[in-house]
Ligand binder design. Structure first.
Ligand SMILES: *Cc1c(COP(=O)(O)O)cnc(C)c1O
Length: 393
């Protein structure tokens, strides 16, 4: 049986759910018994343009029948065009480094900050401040940057120096010293309870950091690529960070990460690299994903659907107010606070049984990250199934 094969030959680092999905169409999935599911997770914010996207599939096929990979020792046309497209969509005047994941994008951001701190000041500045409940990745460095003590297991020690996390934006001001080079934040903490920071507070911090010549790194691995309703959550907050990282939704399912910065000449030849980063396969896919999503946003459909999703979410929370406390999040990165973790776990498993996929996030939050291209019919059907699941709690 497949489950046994997986258990014997794949390292068991996930609490895995043994369903075997066979077919996907936009926000709808079918398993090997042909049971239907509405997908409110999009593979944790990855499948931004839906499962089985015909346009992306065609572009990928066409590209890999020709050239999949050359290496970064040569010009890569779709990579250059993707860098140009990202620059255009941000409106910030940035250059991009292409990596393969969110953690790796954040590693790149940290390297840029460290070199900036080494070369721009009389003393070496290297300290990076992050926030409690944040999530920045699973490599040794990004796990240390992650503001959750439970991730800093002694098994993996020692960790690199120069990271600390603080419980609030207010505390960040206190933590800054003359060796601080950067503050790294998520504008909406994805793993930490889908909690958006207050816009005024973020603008105030951004202004303060700029005056102090401390870099603002915004981890948009989850919030980026229209998840918030805008291309970047930074645009929604009306700030201009020094460094921005992207990954999850950028490739519509192919592994791609990106570090964007207006400090274009901090890293020079030899400072950083990646074998796979930005190859023909992934950048061709991402170009098509961005084209689809840009048009989708401009057509007004994205905004229409996120308003619709918001309405359904609030209706649900009102109907089940004994267990559902509050709706949180922005755009199509949403959540509902649940009265306790036990109830939350039950909701997720009942929902699965009823054929709707939802996620857990920290701080007892039921989390929703549907494909950005989810239709109203799929939203309706997903919420209907969720209601059935909740009635059985
Ligand atoms: C998922 C996530 C990461 C890590 O991305 P990987 O691709 O899993 O390495 C980093 N930061 C944020 C905000 C994320 O949501």
């Amino acid at each position: 049986m497949l489950e046994n094969i997986d258990k014997q030959y794949v390292m068991q680092t996930y609490a895995r759910n043994y369903v075997n999905f066979k077919r996907g169409v936009n926000a709808t999935l079918f398993d090997d018994t042909n049971k239907k599911y509405i997908d409110f997770t999009s593979g944790i914010g990855v499948v931004s343009v839906g499962h089985g996207n015909e346009r992306v599939a065609n572009k990928i096929c066409e590209q890999v029948r020709n050239i999949t990979h050359i290496s970064n020792l040569f010009l890569i046309e779709p990579q250059a065009l993707l860098g140009q497209k990202i620059n255009e969509l941000t409106g910030y005047d940035v250059a991009t480094f292409f990596a393969n994941s969110g953690a790796e994008a954040n590693e790149g951001a940290i390297k840029i900050a460290r070199k900036y701190g080494q070369t721009k000041f009389a003393n070496k500045k290297y300290k990076i401040i992050t926030l409690e409940h944040s999530f920045h990745g699973r490599t040794i460095t990004t796990v240390k940057a992650t503001g959750q003590a439970k991730f800093h297991s002694d098994f993996f020690a020692p960790y690199p120096d120069g990271f600390r996390f603080d419980p609030s934006l207010e505390a960040v001001y206190q933590a800054i010293d003359d060796e601080t080079v950067a503050v790294m934040i998520e504008l909406i903490q994805g793993e930490g309870g889908v909690s958006p920071f207050n816009k005024d507070d973020i603008q105030k911090l951004a202004k303060f950091l700029k005056e102090k010549e401390i870099l603002l790194i915004v981890d948009e691995v989850q919030t980026g690529v229209y998840r918030s309703g805008e291309f970047l959550a930074s645009q929604l907050y009306d700030i201009e960070p020094d460094i921005i990282t992207l990954a999850k939704g950028l490739g519509g399912g192919v592994p791609i990460g990106a570090v964007l910065t207006k400090h274009k000449d901090i890293l020079s030849a030899g400072d950083h690299g990646s074998t796979f980063g930005g190859n023909y396969l992934v950048t061709t896919a991402a170009l098509e994903v961005l084209d689809i999503l840009e048009n989708y946003k401009n057509s007004g459909l994205l905004d229409e659907h996120l308003i619709y999703f918001d309405m359904k979410l609030k209706e649900l929370r009102t109907k089940f107010s004994e267990i559902m406390l509050d709706t949180v999040g922005l755009g199509l990165m949403r959540g509902i606070k649940i009265k306790d973790d036990e109830t939350l776990a039950k909701i997720v498993s009942n929902a699965f049984a009823e054929g709707v996929l939802v996620l857990k996030s920290g701080r007892s939050t039921l989390r929703f990250l549907p494909p950005l291209t989810i239709t109203k019919d799929e939203i309706d059907e997903g919420f209907e199934r969720l209601e059935n699941a909740l009635k059985k709690i």
